[in-house]
Design a protein around this ligand. Structure first.
Ligand SMILES: [Zn+2]
Length: 277
């Protein structure tokens, strides 16, 4: 029989995982909600209550499906991989802080590469386009993904964790940061220009990520980063500003402009299966 060996710290993390995630999520959510309401960057093209209801509805559905399919989630996978001694970091002896740092960096690179794949592989783009089809972009866009894309992402994340064998705490920090950054960089806000320029050297800002939601395909296929902005510069997928400017640029996908199809739950769930391309 396999004996579970969980250190005291790991047990603590596992016990409080849901609370840490939820607490941080609530904090970022409330902060960005207030920011969007007080100083919105663009005026909405579509009814905000309609989009919010449907985007958050899809998010709720995905959370439920993930809990049912993968109750242990990414942190659980990291725990099992650690117990079996698999993965790069379980083979190397590195200072703990360095391992955490390297794991966060590599996990971020992995999701950057996964995001490019979602755009380049036609079948995966069909799924990922549900995220892009939103006619406005705001903090709720960051949590609207097709349920099948969420499952595919979880499986890919599982493989990455299997290969890397990162510490449990690194996976938890990464997930919490990623969720927070997704809300932040989709938000309908702008940092003050002087601050924005500096932050953008290292992190993905709302202005940088908005370019990725442009209807201009060249701009859609740029700025793939979620947390760090360095990968887009390194791999030459970086575009500084939208051609039309932030106020005038069209958000979404050129071929899908019907709000019923792209901003209402039944249409959103059907979107991967319509059309030839
Ligand atoms: Zn994308």
């Amino acid at each position: 029989m396999h004996v579970m060996e969980v250190s005291a710290t790991e047990a603590y993390i596992l016990q409080h995982e849901a609370m840490v995630r939820l607490g941080f999520f609530a904090l970022v959510f409330i902060t960005m909600l207030a920011w969007e309401l007080l100083a919105p960057r663009r005026s909405p093209r579509v009814s905000k209550p309609l989009r919010w209801l449907n985007n958050l509805g899809l998010f709720a559905l995905n959370t439920l499906v993930l809990r049912l399919l993968f109750p242990a989630a990414a942190v659980g996978i990291a725990l099992s991989v650690g117990e079996m001694g698999w993965g790069l970091f379980n083979l190397l002896t590195l200072p703990f802080w360095f391992e955490i740092f390297a794991a966060l960096l590599l996990l971020d690179l992995a999701i950057y590469l996964q995001h490019i794949m979602m755009h380049r592989v036609p079948l995966l783009w069909r799924l990922h386009r549900v995220h892009h089809a939103d006619l406005d972009i705001d903090m709720t866009t960051g949590s609207r993904f097709h349920t099948i894309e969420i499952i595919v992402s979880m499986l890919i994340k599982g493989v990455v964790i299997l290969l890397l064998g990162p510490a449990l705490i690194a996976v938890l920090i990464f997930e919490v940061l990623l969720n927070g950054m997704a809300i932040f960089n989709h938000a309908n806000v702008s940092l003050p220009p002087a601050v924005e320029r500096v932050v953008r050297y290292l992190l993905v800002t709302p202005d940088m990520h908005r370019v990725h939601h442009s209807t201009v395909r060249r701009e859609t296929d740029s700025n793939y980063g979620f947390n760090l902005s360095i990968w887009d510069r390194m791999f030459r997928t970086y575009i500084d500003q939208p051609e039309m400017g932030h106020d005038k640029m069209a958000i979404g996908i050129a071929e899908f402009r019907d709000a019923k199809q792209v901003d209402q739950l039944p249409g959103m769930l059907a979107l991967p299966f319509v059309g030839k391309t």
